[in-house]
Ligand binder design. Structure first.
Ligand code: FDA
Length: 502
């Protein structure tokens, strides 16, 4: 049952939300978390919590009639996607015209579906994107705190050189080095010792069974196993699932009342409820939190929200691409779904690129090297309110994605030329070699210092905070969850001391 009142409420259970919940709980603040997705704990009829990526069922996606996998095709055949029954599945793809955003749904948010890469941004770039945040404090205190809380670990470099799981990464490294690029190991929240046992055949496979985007049944330290478990362990934090916050009402006494819609896993609305709070934290992610505040401003619920609400959104410069490997350069059929290596050319003055070497977890030899490139795209989108659908719509055009392609092309043209290889044209539905019509890394919308003060306090309202990826101005130069977590750690420490406990 939902209480009428909780001293603190957090919307969402992703990275920012989870770090905030742990620190509030440790401080003894009774905290309620509201999550629209499910708790992924009970096994389905096949004995598994999450479905197979290569044979997805209704558990795969959030209310779709057909799965929408990022690799739309192979040899132009739509082999990846299946018709499914609409259901409260774990992966959402929110389609806005020229841009689609992938999101995790459930207790743990994006941590349930992501590639587990736990990368700390280069300090010089962090200082460039968030110049008003004290970098000494971040790199000395909050990044280490976040990595510890997340359970970040590194691959054994000797094992990496000989294992089957990363033959695909070694093939891509060789090609990159031939063009003069250097690679770097990528830390992870996937347990590498579990992966080694998977390869040895002593445990049930997860990363080696093509499990990634629809959830991992083993091996991954998703937030429900790290921060959220610790938060619940304080005894002061509770989580309500299948509860979607729709509206935020500001009461004359300064408190907030939330209008919450409870659904069942088939999508039927079970109840509409109200819960009030003094301290309200938005951790619904870049798309979720921004939509809540854009709707609140435009419907007159929170009329004093600044114009910066809904601005400064970016894709982290995401572009996906594939290269055709030489027939003798096999990657093997066994590929870890969790990347461990990236091509690091971020210091390039014209086209900075950090390209993670991604698996093609098809379970067979594909002769494809796949990459998710993170580029420095200066374009930013913004959200507008659509009355008819009572939702926020992202304004982003295909042309705004071009700088991402230009940067990735600069790197991979060189790699292709040095290796006499070509791009793959059959992976993304049509014949395009670069796919930038989706992002895994939505960032911004409620940018730190613009829509909020320098600690995530929303401008115009007291005791209203943003804790998630919407604070980051569109780009971090690396995979974002470590940055999101560290920033939340920093902000909640200040807010606890000055606002909540004061
Ligand atoms: P996040 O999106 O995690 O959580 C928000 C939560 O709020 C969700 O659980 C959502 O259901 C809930 N919610 C939203 N609106 C709500 C409402 N109105 N009411 C109630 N609940 C609501 N990053 C990285 O660093 N390394 C990686 O390897 C990858 N790989 C990757 C792969 C894929 C497939 C995806 C989709 C994403 C990644 N990412 C990644 C990105 C990473 O997962 C992402 O940046 C973070 O999850 C964002 O964290 P947030 O705290 O911002 O929100």
């Amino acid at each position: 049952p939902l209480p009428d009142y909780s001293p603190a409420v957090i919307i969402g259970t992703g990275y920012g939300a989870a770090a905030t919940a742990l620190r509030l709980g440790e401080a003894g603040v009774p905290t309620l978390m509201l999550e629209m997705g499910q708790l992924w704990h009970d096994p389905g009829p096949d004995g598994k919590v999450f479905c197979q990526m290569l044979n997805p069922d209704q558990r795969s996606m959030w209310f779709k009639n057909r799965t929408q996998a990022p690799l739309a095709s192979f040899l132009w055949l739509d082999i990846a996607n299946r018709d499914i029954k609409p259901y409260a599945g774990v992966l959402d793809r929110v389609n806005y015209g020229d841009m689609s955003v992938y999101l995790g749904r459930g207790v743990g948010g994006g941590s349930l579906v992501n590639g587990a890469m736990a990368v700390t941004p280069k300090r010089s770039y962090f200082e460039e994107i968030l110049p008003r945040v004290n970098a000494d404090e971040m790199y000395g205190k909050y990044f280490p705190r976040a990595r510890a809380g997340l359970g970040v670990n590194s691959v054994d470099e000797q094992w990496f050189e000989t294992c089957r799981s990363y033959q695909y990464a070694r093939v891509s490294r060789k090609a990159a080095q031939k063009a003069g690029f250097s690679t770097t190991f990528v830390p992870s929240v996937y347990d590498f010792s579990y992966l080694r046992q998977e390869e040895a055949g002593t445990v049930e496979r997860s990363a080696l069974a093509s499990e990634v985007i629809y959830g991992n049944n083993h091996g991954k330290r998703s937030l429900d196993k790290s921060y959220l478990a610790a938060a619940l362990g304080t005894g002061h934090v509770t989580i309500q699932t299948l509860h979607e916050v729709r509206e935020i009402i500001h009461q004359p006494d300064g408190s907030y009342t939330l209008v919450v819609r409870e659904i069942d896993p088939s999508g039927a609305v079970v109840a509409t409820k109200h819960v009030s709070t003094k301290h309200l934290f938005l951790g619904a992610g870049s798309v979720g939190s921004t939509e809540l505040l854009v709707r609140a401003r435009e419907t007159g619920r929170l009329p004093d929200l600044p114009d910066a609400v809904g601005q400064g959104w970016g894709t982290n410069g995401n572009v996906m691409l594939g290269r055709a490997n030489h027939v003798w350069d096999t990657t093997g059929s066994l590929q870890s779904g969790m990347p461990a290596l990236g091509i690091d050319n971020w210091n390039d003055p014209v086209h900075p690129v950090f390209a993670e070497i991604a698996p093609v977890p098809a379970g067979l030899e594909t002769w494809v090297s796949l990459y998710l490139a993170i580029t420095k795209n200066p374009e930013r989108g913004h959200f507008t309110y659509d009355v008819a659908s009572d939702s926020a719509k992202l304004q982003w055009t295909a042309a705004q994605g071009q700088p991402s392609i230009d940067a990735a092309k600069a790197m991979f043209d060189k790699i292709n030329s040095a290796n006499v290889t070509i791009y793959r044209y059959d992976l993304f539905g049509d014949t395009r070699p670069f796919e930038n019509r989706f992002t895994y890394h939505p960032l911004g919308g409620l940018v730190l210092g613009d829509a909020t003060d320098d600690y995530g306090r929303v401008k115009g309202y007291r005791n209203l905070y943003v804790t998630d990826g919407s604070l980051i101005p569109g780009s971090t130069g690396v995979n974002p969850f470590v940055t999101i977590t560290a920033l939340a750690e920093r902000n909640v420490e200040r807010v606890l001391a000055e606002d909540v406990l004061a």
